[in-house]
Design a protein around this ligand. Sequence first.
Ligand code: F6P
Length: 356
Amino acid sequence: MRIGMLTSGGDCQALNAAMRGVVKGLANNVDDLEVYGFYEGYKGLIYGNYRLLTSADFSGILTKGGTILGSSRQPFKLMRVPDENGLDKVEAMKANYKKLGLDCLVILGGNGTQKTANLLREEGLNIIHLPKTIDNDIYGTDITFGFYSAINVATYAIDCIHTTATSHNRTFIVEVMGHKVGWLTLYAGVAGGADIILIPEIPYSNEKILDAIEKRRKAGKNFTILAVAEGAISKEDAALSKKELKKKMAKETHPTVSYKLANMITEATGQECRVTVPGHTQRGGSPVPYDRILCTRLGSAAAGAILEGKFGYMVAMVNGETKLVPLKDVAGKLKTVDPDSPMIQEIKRMGISFGD
Ligand code: F6P
């Protein structure tokens, strides 16, 4: 059996753990296994940059962050556009797959990666996709790997801010990654005990944020902590069309939404407001035990699918069990936070503000 493997898009903590799960799950059941690793995601598959991996490559990597194969962003939109030398990328990927005589290609990545995985499936390749992203925004799986490790890092940042916040009469903002969705901010915000949580799915108003800060001040609290998603958006901006918003953003002078909010809070309250952006630390470090277990299960389930000759699926986690979900049903769909979900209601009931 000959399989190919690649990791694409932004990295996360448990990519290596997932690859280890796949390879150990196969090696234990197949005598003639060959695994080809493509470097830097689809780039390696397009340009034929790969290496035959050995079992030593998969030893000692369960706890190792990053990806032993490297990664890169290859926008799905550009996959059908020839490169600067006129190379047809899709044909090149198919040719390299065929040249190596692969039985299957295991692709680890987020939403964009998944769209290209589905495109390759449509082109006739045997594909298995594993849902990776700290954003947890892949439709069809309850959870993506990297998410819980990133929650850990973002929560730690909020925890650290908490101890310094108690010494100062200030407002603090911790800006959390998550692209266009609020899962990471919601979970880290709750775990870190943030007073205000702003996520893209619940547009905020400045007045409500200021009300929440004032309410805390009246209750004798000398600080307020906001967990703000990098994609948080005001009610006003959310009402604009995509085109109008793009035009407005082009004139924006603040580096991120958090700095804009910090200015607004200082101007309105006269109180200092500090911004902390943990940024890419949220994708770094060792995976937490939850992600190691998740990836071991997803990886081994992917091996199970390959052994049974089942291709064209994402290996998902649904209600605590691994499940093969057809790529054609999920590619291109985004999983967002439901503002009316029980979790949001439970948090609101405690007086935590979403700025709405
Ligand atoms: O998708 C993962 C993610 O970390 C997002 O949360 C974030 O918006 C983005 O990637 C950052 O991308 P880059 O690593 O290309 O700066």
